[in-house]
Design a protein around this ligand. Structure first.
Ligand SMILES: [Zn+2]
Ligand SMILES: [Zn+2]
Length: 469
């Protein structure tokens, strides 16, 4: 049996799977002298590179770093390591979400969601929502998430509390408020977007956000060529990257030419794609990463039309708690008539070409989902996005690389994250089923290791010898 030392603090996590409780107890156990050692042994290993998998593999972790990975016949597992049996399953790098929104949970409309938060506890409820999102992401195997738009203080706070181990959640990189021109309405207000009226002001906003400690900048809509230039210059001076929210061809070109680091949305949401051949070629030749966020409108709409029961996934009920669950259900009663899906007919018409133009041209493609937007739940957004890319012709291996190693490079974390090899941070997930055969195996995440700590499954199957009786 496992010795659970920290019963009181565990009680606050409420009803969670017993495997999870044990993992958390292990995470909270007193610090050992030497870095703790963990070995994942037996399963197939996808490293994050586009090379054949390693069969019957082993990965050894010391502290929060991977120290060895390879066929288990060649990897020496230290005698004092906690061994997690992964046989019959597949190990791969923790997934990276390059476009999430922690302050939304899939509720149907911003003009009812944000007022609801205000009237149900305000900041306390907002904090709760962000904690739920971060946890949903982690349990879905998303070990790192980029939040692209939320008020500054709550963004920094949740990121820091997760880093300190006070909240169980995906590792966060946050933009804080996005920068836009002439935006308004419930979305702008709820997400805390900042409007500027000049390029100089755009640069100053970046300086302010960088000084406050954001990890990146989101350049939102309505911006001019000079705005992008000012934003990029100020961000790069502060050694942070810029992600642009762009749809129209002119905006994409301006962002590309002014040096924006990651082009987000490009070709989704009913922008009449395909883009001109010249633009796609220029993006490809620049090697500039694109994140299409393809699934969240047209495909999620279709998935819901086919199977509306997905909205009552018991996992959501468990994750949200009764109060939030009721609000989300209420907002989705007539989901087909929501304003968010008003252009779905147009999106349906262009959605395939929108994704294929980049897959077929050989663009650097990351993977991000706009998770948290209406009906696009954090618990499944990323595997749905990956599935769309595979359905549109991306090989499963390339799609997995996109959601791990390519994403890590796109967000400037390629040296620490995104692949399973010695020296990298130990972010590893284990899925049941072979995603190279059926990509939806990514929806069956059984074990999650982040920063060398088991947060889901695993430990229960192989308790450490020191606490075994
Ligand atoms: Zn956006
Ligand atoms: Zn977004």
């Amino acid at each position: 049996m496992i010795v659970i030392r920290n019963r009181r603090s565990l009680a606050s996590f409420g009803t969670i799977a017993i495997g999870c409780v044990i993992a958390l107890a292990l995470a909270a156990s007193p610090h050992a002298q030497a870095p703790k050692k963990l070995a994942l042994v037996g399963g197939m290993l996808l490293t994050g590179y586009e090379v054949p998998p390693i069969h019957h593999a082993a990965v050894v972790i010391e502290g929060n770093k991977i120290v060895a990975a390879g066929p288990s016949s060649e990897v020496k597992v230290p005698a004092d390591a906690t061994v997690v049996d992964t046989s019959g399953r597949v190990m791969l790098p923790g997934l990276i979400e390059t476009h999430g929104h922690l302050i939304v949970l899939g509720q149907g409309a911003y003009d009812t969601w944000f007022p609801w938060i205000k009237s149900h506890g305000g900041d306390a409820m907002l904090t709760k929502v962000m904690e739920i999102s971060a946890r949903q992401l982690l349990m879905a195997g998303v070990t790192t998430t980029v939040d692209l738009g939320a008020p500054l203080a709550p963004s920094l706070s949740i990121r820091n509390r997760i880093n300190k181990g006070e909240v169980v959640g995906s590792r966060m990189l946050v933009s804080g408020p996005w920068i836009s021109r002439g935006s308004g309405g419930a979305m702008q207000e709820g997400f805390g977007g900042v409007n500027v009226t000049s390029s100089a002001e755009a640069g100053q906003q970046v300086e302010k956000l960088a000084a406050a400690g954001v990890d990146l900048i989101k350049a939102h809509s309505g911006l001019t060529r000079d705005d992008y230039k000012a934003i990029v210059d100020a961000a790069h001076k502060n050694r942070i990257r810029v992600h642009a929210h762009v749809y129209a061809e002119t905006d994409v070109r301006n962002a590309l030419e002014m040096g924006v680091d990651v082009l987000q949305h490009v070709g989704s949401a009913g922008t009449a794609p395909p883009y001109s051949k010249e633009l796609v070629t220029d993006i490809v030749n620049a090697g500039r990463p694109v994140v299409v966020t393809a699934a969240h409108r047209a495909w999620v709409y279709e998935a819901t039309a086919d199977f509306p029961e997905r909205l009552q996934d018991p996992e959501l009920k468990k994750a949200f708690g009764p109060e939030i669950y009721a609000e989300v259900q209420n907002s989705l009663k007539n989901w087909w008539s929501l304003g968010y899906f008003q252009r779905t007919d147009r999106e349906m018409l262009f959605r395939e070409r929108g994704v294929k133009q980049f897959i077929e041209s050989g663009a650097v493609m990351g993977m991000g989902t706009d998770s948290g937007t209406p009906m696009n739940f954090h618990s499944e957004a990323l595997w749905r996005e990956i599935k769309v890319h595979v359905d549109m012709g991306m090989s499963p291996m390339r799609a997995i690389a996109a959601a791990t190693r390519v994403n890590a490079n796109a967000i400037g974390k390629g040296r620490e994250l995104g692949s399973i090899e010695p020296g990298k941070t130990a972010d590893i997930i284990v899925v049941n089923g072979n995603p190279l055969f059926d990509i939806t195996a990514l929806s069956h995440v059984e074990i999650v290791v982040k920063d060398g700590t088991v947060f889901k499954g695993g430990a229960a199957a192989a308790p450490p010898r020191s606490s075994a009786r």
